[in-house]
Design a protein around this ligand. Structure first.
Ligand code: FCB
Length: 458
């Protein structure tokens, strides 16, 4: 058996050489996959977990496709060992996951739930035992419902202290083993969809409330960073943004004006306060911003030095006059245009505008209508092509001198895709939601070969 394995790995090495890796990555490049607590864990009543805004929202009729909820999801809470074994099989260098605040503090503040901390202890140990580096996100949208009820969630200023307390508790517990921390996942998306458009929990539709909630999120970020650094020796601390190039077709002045405002709302609302210490003019000019309460010193707190910026990239948005037809393009099952060049453009823009010390692509991937074939496999050639084309853009960015350190595919597992429920599958690993069975898709095998070769073939 031993000899057989050795022969196989020699053969693989030879094959790699013969194929000639056309696009090699730096030797310390980090290949990973990402998930988020509410999307995969299930176990919503296990071991004293409190209710989150997503439990409440998903259980409200009409909010999530097919009435889906995260009650069971991929049941990762009970099957995490199996999932870590899959990560090891893929050869991942790193695993990005989030902590469910309501497992740690079921009421948002107050008594700490030891069993919740113990779960993440076990997970971190399993990940490290597999030789994989954990990247922890503190907030990936599952706010304790108790804080929503008490003060309107992020709308009340008390949330700042509550978040910092939560960050302190988690980092004290895991900081001896977890060195990579991000405060917030896509703060803009969580406020925009949750407080302004009403499509995500808590389902509010008020710009003025959203702007205030966003401000508190930013201050909470700024105050949590030094706490993480104090609790974690050699910490690497960052924040994760969803960046989406807003591109105009033609030069119609109305279109260009819309492009500017939309770019401010989508891409600069949360980056400029953190990286430049100020809100974009387009945000402050909104009539709903007239009542925004910013306390003395807030902007200095928000502009804290970070070790890295995480970029989640999926697609671009095109703005055009109605009369102009949309350009020919391919779309994923989410209806998002497949546009790899946008990843390169996004990385260049981030680097040129703000010069962050390091950048990780913390999410990139695609949903397609995957099915298990009669041969028992999941053949997902479009996801393979999507990943290959986006990896290639990452390679180009590195050649251009951008300090891109790693790449996390979204997602390790099929999971609860927020308002779209289980209808959209983003996983490298297919989940049978009836049995919980895991099955590597072709894209997982492809990713495994990219990681093993640390590069892309022609
Ligand atoms: C991002 C989210 C992630 C996932 C992907 C598809 O906006 O961070 O949880 O839903 O989109």
């Amino acid at each position: 058996m031993r000899g057989c394995l050795a022969a196989r790995s020699m053969l693989e090495a030879l094959k790699r050489e013969l194929k000639m890796i056309a696009y090699p990555f730096p030797s310390n490049f980090v290949w990973g996959a990402a998930t988020a607590s509410y999307q995969i864990e299930g176990g919503v009543h296990a071991d004293g977990r409190g209710e989150s805004v997503w439990d409440r929202f998903a259980h409200t009729p009409g909010k999530v496709a097919n009435g889906d909820t995260g009650d069971v999801a991929a049941d990762h809470y009970h099957r995490y060992q199996e999932d870590v074994a899959l990560m090891r099989e893929l050869g991942l260098d790193a695993y990005r996951f989030s902590i469910a605040w309501p497992r740690i503090l079921p009421q948002g503040d107050g008594p700490v739930n030891e069993a919740g901390l113990a779960f993440y202890d076990r997970l971190v140990d399993a990940v490290l035992d597999a030789g994989i580096t954990p990247f922890v996100t503190l907030y990936h949208w599952d706010l304790p419902q108790a804080l929503q009820d008490r003060q309107g969630g992020w709308y009340g200023r008390d949330i700042i202290e509550q978040f910092v307390n939560y960050a302190d508790i988690v980092s004290r517990r895991l900081g001896d083993r977890v060195k990579h921390w991000t405060t917030f996942n896509e703060p803009r998306v969580s406020i925009h969809l949750g407080y302004v458009l009403g499509e995500h929990a808590p389902g509010l539709t008020d710009w003025a409330v959203g702007l205030q909630a966003a401000h508190h999120m930013l201050v909470a970020h700024g105050l949590a960073v030094p706490v993480l650094r104090a609790n974690v020796r050699n910490a690497e601390v960052g924040i994760v943004y969803a960046l989406n190039p807003i591109e105009a077709v033609g030069d119609d002045p109305d279109v260009l004006a819309r492009q500017r405002v939309m770019d401010a709302q989508i891409n600069r609302w949360f980056t400029e306060p953190v990286l430049l210490g100020q809100y974009p003019d387009e945000i402050l000019a909104m009539p709903e911003a007239a009542g925004l309460r910013v306390a003395a010193g807030d902007m200095q707190v928000i502009q804290t030095d970070l070790d890295f910026i995480g970029v989640n990239y999926y697609s671009r948005t095109l703005i055009k006059p109605e009369s102009v037809p949309a350009p020919q393009a391919d779309y994923t099952a989410m209806g998002w245009e497949i546009y790899p060049q946008g990843l390169y453009n996004t990385l260049v823009r981030l680097h040129e505008a703000y010069r962050p010390r390091a950048i990780y692509i913390t999410e990139n991937g695609a949903a397609f209508d995957d099915v298990v074939s009669p041969d028992g496999m999941v053949h997902d050639p479009r996801r393979v092509a999507y990943l290959r084309d986006h990896f290639h853009m990452a390679w180009r960015a590195i050649q251009a001198g951008i300090p891109l350190r790693g790449y996390f595919v979204w997602s390790l597992l099929d999971n609860f895709e927020w308002a779209r429920g289980y209808s959209k599958r983003f996983g490298l690993v297919h989940i049978d939601y009836g049995t919980g069975d895991r099955r590597l898709k072709d894209s997982a095998r492809f990713y495994q070969s990219v990681i093993a070769a640390n590069g892309l073939p022609e």
